[in-house]
Design a binder for this molecule. Structure first.
Ligand code: GLV
Ligand code: MN
Ligand code: MN
Ligand code: MN
Length: 415
């Protein structure tokens, strides 16, 4: 048990048990989780969350993007609510904590407040955002982007997963399965948003610290590149006559490596997804498609390098045609000093050691920044490992994060 001087008590055992129960939905070898957005497993995870939240008296609702809310009513329900939570979907080879910890920490924090018999002036809404990871339907953060008005909700209806399922269809299937949950309009202006998340990096552990007070998030741009060539026979077609999409893709990626080279090692450039068609050993490919994930904390650098991507790819083509589509563009985000101060103060009151730090990963929180004071709470990740089955934070660490959140929520909800 993590003891709170004000009587709030986070249950380490209950919190950990819930995390481990959730991890069974989509369990993969090596303690990992594969629970992609809008799959049956995602539906089941949401039902499991409801099975814990409803007996507590939290009121559920769902919006047009499938963002799921659980409301703790304040003594003045007319005031803007505090919003807190994260996402429940995972990477295809993900861990047991990325995303889901933030949702369950929010539940644990609100449960601690209610079990202590405390009331709050403002309401607190727990949120589980739809499709943060973007592993099945790219890009990520669709739920929070639509909620904040950053993109219209129908933006991604035609996006397909690897099996040709459309995002719009899968979203409709979720909403039909949850027809018993009250629908709410998309978007509102919270009083503040606080997202708990695992660090996904090595700094807190390496420095022996407990809590990351997140100062902001670096910017990201995602692109999809399609290179169109012509199929041919691998044994008979002379190289000089081919339009080989794979060969031009390799040139394009080499040119992009040069474009994104950074002696300071701050810029992040990733080609994480490559598809080749028809994907046959003895056929020259007529289509190659790959993803680009580009990140930098400085908006000027991100803009300059990102704006050069299309021309760099085109210049690398010898025989094929390239199309470059930008699917995601999030500027660097800066979190609110008031929320940062509240997180730091709560950590110190609990005897925990906080550190102010930026986030290299993107999060739903960056789309809340234009709406309301926003912040994030990090807890250590063992070995800095994330987007990997070995992702781990200890029972004590997750409970400490939830205890910090409970204090922050109380403070904000009474202000
Ligand atoms: C989110 O998972 C990210 O890629 O930062
Ligand atoms: Mn995450
Ligand atoms: Mn993730
Ligand atoms: Mn993420």
């Amino acid at each position: 048990m993590t003891q709170e001087p004000v009587g709030m008590q986070v249950s380490e055992q209950r919190h950990w048990d819930r995390l481990m129960q959730m991890a069974r939905l989509g369990a993969i070898p090596g303690d990992g989780v594969n629970r992609a957005a809008l799959t049956d497993l995602d539906h089941q995870a949401r039902r499991l969350l409801l099975s814990w939240a409803l007996p507590l008296g939290l009121a559920p609702s769902v919006d047009a993007l499938g963002n799921l809310f659980l409301r703790h009513e304040g003594t003045d329900p007319s005031l803007p609510a505090i919003l807190t939570g994260s996402h429940m979907d995972s990477q295809p080879k993900g861990g047991r904590f990325d995303g889901i910890w933030g949702v369950l920490a929010a539940l644990e924090a609100v449960q601690a407040i209610r079990e202590a018999g405390l009331t709050t002036k403002r309401s607190i809404e727990i949120v589980a955002w739809t499709n943060e990871e973007g592993g099945r339907f790219a890009p990520g953060c669709m739920g929070s982007m639509a909620f904040s008005g950053f993109r219209p909700p129908e933006t991604w209806d035609e996006v397909q997963d690897r099996d040709g399922m459309r995002f719009g269809e899968e979203l409709a299937r979720l909403l039909a399965a949850e027809a018993d949950i009250p629908r709410r309009p998309l978007g509102f202006t919270p009083f503040a948003y606080v997202e708990p998340h695992i660090e996904q990096g090595p700094l807190l552990e390496a420095e022996g610290l407990d809590i990351g007070v997140v100062t902001g998030i670096q910017g990201s741009r995602w692109f999809v590149v399609e290179i169109a060539g012509k199929t041919d026979h691998a044994g008979t077609a002379p190289l000089s006559l081919r339009q080989d999409a794979v060969q031009d893709m390799v040139r394009a990626i080499a040119a992009l490596n040069a474009l994104t080279a950074d002696p300071e090692d701050v810029l992040r450039f990733t080609v994480g997804r490559v598809e080749v068609f028809p994907n046959s050993s003895n056929t020259v490919a007529d289509l190659a498609r790959f993803s680009i994930d580009l990140r930098h904390p400085d908006a000027a650098v991100l803009t300059a390098r990102g704006d050069a991507v299309a021309a760099t790819v085109e210049a690398a083509m010898t025989k094929c045609r390239a199309t470059v589509t930008e699917t995601f563009h999030a500027l660097p985000a800066r979190f609110d000093p008031m929320v940062q101060d509240a997180i730091e103060a709560a950590s110190r009151e609990l005897g925990l050691k906080p550190k102010r730090m930026p986030s290299g990963a993107f999060h739903d929180a960056q789309f809340l920044v234009p709406l309301c004071p926003t912040g994030m709470i990090f807890i250590p990740s063992r070995g800095g490992i994330s987007h990997h089955p070995a992702e781990y934070s200890s029972p004590a660490q997750v409970a400490q994060g939830a205890a910090v959140l409970a204090r922050v929520l109380r403070r904000l909800a009474d202000s």
